[in-house]
Design a binder for this molecule. Structure first.
Ligand code: ZN
Length: 486
């Protein structure tokens, strides 16, 4: 089956043909590490985790680069203002790299909880100053940048005469001029729409490096051009990120690469849509900025309960990555129930006994799920196919239908592939030995209760049942034994 992905650059779905099969290079813009990861970080991480997992499943050898922005990202994403990391360091009286390390560790922990696979390379901007300086020099040599008072700016007007600035975002340069004119108090720039490649550091600016132009720091957009080129080459397959990065960040990246290398580096630009909270954009000033940790603990005034990381992951996968997703407690609770049903059915499926013949048709499931993934990674469609198949599983479980050994093995294998390997949904079983031991301990208690019942020792059997119920266990006696869940 052939994979089609939506290329933001051409605004259409395109057949995915890697530049150098079986190798695939993928670059995704990672977080700026000056605060805890929030729901808006989970979406690109999970979206490109799915891309990474699916390409790997198709047999490609994927080099996945996801950067860490730890320098040069100024307040309001602008060319003026304090560096976000440096500001945090100043307020907390820490070394900037202490801030970076602290939030990077916490980001990794949150990503692990969401079962997002680590990238192949995770370069930090501050570790690639030499590469960034060399990239600025290439753009200067090509004539698309100029030095001014120790800073270097990208000459957007000149670039736009030879290329097209706005090719990714679809914006036109007149509108961009209009929008930047009023902010234009900086006479250093030739044109208000020019952006910084290198900034001379003000005396109070703590993150600074020597360069041919001044002691200073790189512009925000530059790191991705420099590090993408370093690790994936001058041309690579996929560049991803959230839609909010299309302009100015990715537009500027394209301009930098075209100016410095003579061509855009990227064959397919992919962008995930945004998450809104109760219909509103997320923002610190709006008070609806919920970090992943707050979701996991339920510790935020907008949350009526805690949500497991897998619920968040499932919630995000229930929408296509190019659709908007609106968070609400109701929506997350619905996802929680849906995931529970899916995983319950999956566990049930693993315990089914085969019959001589099948009375339900489950043969097409694998092809249908692959087809959905090949159609621009349509995860909600995959999920709906899995739920459809669970109807057959439940019929067999209830003794109202049968599955042959071959059909049962196939169904189990498709579920394992899509639920665990590709959607990355972790069942209690896949969460490791600690949980396994805990489950065995509960089973043991229930065995003792059964024994007590057989011996008509009602005091013991009731005590076990009631005290487990008080902790939150739901225990159901069935004809085959006991089913329980927390
Ligand atoms: Zn970037």
């Amino acid at each position: 089956m052939e994979l089609y992905i939506y290329n933001t650059l051409h605004r259409r779905k395109e057949l995915f043909v890697p530049l150098h099969a079986p190798h695939v290079g993928m670059y995704v813009c990672g977080p700026t590490v000056y605060g805890d990861a929030h729901l808006g970080h989970a979406r690109p991480a999970i979206t490109f985790d799915i891309v990474y997992r699916y390409l790997t499943h198709l047999g490609y050898k994927v080099r996945y680069v996801r950067n860490i922005t730890d320098v040069g990202h100024l307040e309001n994403d602008a060319d003026e203002g304090e560096d976000k990391v440096a500001k945090k360091a100043r307020l907390e009286q820490l070394e900037p790299m202490e801030v970076v390390q602290y939030y990077m560790n916490r980001y990794h922990k949150a990503m692990e909880a969401l079962n997002v696979l680590p990238p192949s390379i995770e370069p930090q901007a501050s570790g690639h100053i030499i590469e960034q300086i060399a990239f600025v020099q290439r753009i200067l040599d090509a004539g698309y940048a100029y030095e001014s008072e120790g800073s270097v700016y990208f000459d957007v007007e000149k670039y736009n005469r030879d290329h097209h600035y706005g090719v990714l975002s679809g914006r036109n340069i007149e509108d961009m001029r209009e929008n930047t004119r009023e902010l234009d108090g900086q006479s250093e720039k030739r044109h208000s729409i020019d952006f910084a490649l290198w900034k001379k550091a003000a005396p109070e600016h703590i993150m600074r490096w020597p360069s041919p132009w001044s002691t200073g720091f790189p512009g925000w957009h530059l790191e991705c051009s420099a590090m993408g080129t370093k690790y994936l080459g001058e041309e690579f397959d996929i560049h991803g990120g959230g839609m909010d990065l299309i302009f100015p960040h990715h537009e500027a990246e394209i301009a930098q690469s075209c100016a410095g290398l003579g061509h855009d580096s990227v064959k397919y630009w992919m962008h995930n849509n945004m998450i809104t909270i109760n219909g509103q954009k997320m923002g610190k000033s709006l008070g609806n900025f919920i970090t992943l940790d707050e979701f996991f603990t339920g510790n935020h005034e907008l949350l009526t309960q805690a949500y497991a990381p897998m619920t968040i992951r499932f919630f995000i996968l229930q929408a296509h990555y190019r659709s908007t997703v609106d968070f609400s407690n109701e929506a997350l609770q619905a996802s929680e129930k849906g995931l529970e049903r899916l995983l319950e059915g999956y566990t049930r499926l693993q315990k089914l006994k085969p019959s001589a013949q099948s009375s339900v048709d489950v043969a097409g499931l694998r092809a249908k799920c692959e087809e959905a993934m090949c159609d621009d990674l349509n995860t909600p469609m995959v999920i709906s196919h899995l739920f459809e198949a669970l109807k057959a599983v439940n019929l067999v479980h209830d003794g109202k239908a049968t599955l042959s050994a071959d059909d049962l093995t196939e169904l189990q294998s498709v579920f394992h592939l899509f639920v665990e390997d590709l959607l990355g949904l972790q069942t209690a079983d896949s969460l490791g030995t600690g949980l396994e031991a805990y489950k065995k301990a509960v089973d043991l208690l229930l065995d003792i209760r059964m024994e007590a019942k057989r011996n008509k020792d009602w005091t013991t059997s009731d005590r076990i049942r009631n005290e487990l119920a008080a902790i939150g266990f739901e225990i159901k006696d069935t004809k085959d034994g006991v089913e329980w869940r927390l």
